[in-house]
Design a protein around this ligand. Structure first.
Ligand SMILES: Cc1cc2nc3c(=O)[nH]c(=O)nc-3n(C[C@H](O)[C@H](O)[C@H](O)COP(=O)(O)O)c2cc1C
Length: 199
């Protein structure tokens, strides 16, 4: 998509507001409907606008459709039992429930460097992170809530099998997008001094 941006003060102010008003809404505070097909298209296109050294596309996104949620629930439960074979029935149910919370649920998968590949894992992860942030900002711009979740299940054999991850692939996080049921207080942001210095 070839879009040109004409800088204006109004547009700059708008972008600043958008960036600073993005905040996490965790899946349990999201409700349906998820984004409509047009919105999904825009959110996915936003991911494609991320920086990508050598255009290698070192990440991919997998939507977990409604029909597949029971399989994800099963994988979450299996992942829990991999870590803790003594997990109670309640704990297993809680693990299963997590599969159903998010109206639109995607898994972000990183493709790590194989021998002979020039672009190192750190750059690949930055590209994935930029793609994800683009999606979060696009969702925010459309009035949708969004959040990232991870957790130990992502490293489990059950999740790796369900998503058919190849040896050099890693599940990075889930991206959840939907309507906001309950707004959270904004998180205090770090002061610039905390991350910026001059050489
Ligand atoms: C890759 C990634 C995974 C995350 N996973 C979780 C998670 O599983 N649970 C959680 O409560 N927060 C998680 N977070 C943190 C929140 O998404 C959020 O960024 C943080 O609470 C700060 O809030 P804000 O996004 O509103 O500034 C994750 C963040 C990142 C970058």
């Amino acid at each position: 998509m070839d879009m040109r941006y004409t800088p204006t003060q109004e547009a700059a102010n708008w972008a600043e507001t958008l960036i600073h008003s993005r905040r996490t809404t965790l899946p349990k505070r999201l409700v349906g409907p998820g984004p409509d097909p047009g919105q999904r298209q825009k959110i996915l296109s936003a991911a494609a606008a991320a920086p990508d050294h050598d255009q290698i596309l070192p990440w991919r996104l997998v939507e977990i459709t409604t029909e597949q949620r029971p399989h994800l629930a099963q994988a979450f439960c299996a992942a829990l039992l991999e870590r803790d074979p003594q997990a109670t029935a309640d704990e297993q149910q809680m693990a299963r429930d997590k599969a159903y919370r998010s109206p639109w649920l995607l898994l972000a998968v990183l493709q790590k460097a194989l021998p002979g590949h020039d672009v190192p894992d750190a750059e690949r992860l930055i590209s994935a992170g930029a793609a994800i942030q683009n999606m979060l900002l696009q969702a925010t711009a459309m009035g949708l809530g969004s959040g990232l979740t991870s957790g130990k299940a992502l490293q489990s054999a059950a999740i790796r099998q369900l998503f058919r991850l190849r040896d050099h692939e890693e599940a990075v996080c889930f991206v959840s997008i939907g309507h906001i049921a309950e707004e959270r207080r904004p998180r205090p942001r770090p002061a610039i001094d905390a991350f910026f210095s001059r050489l």
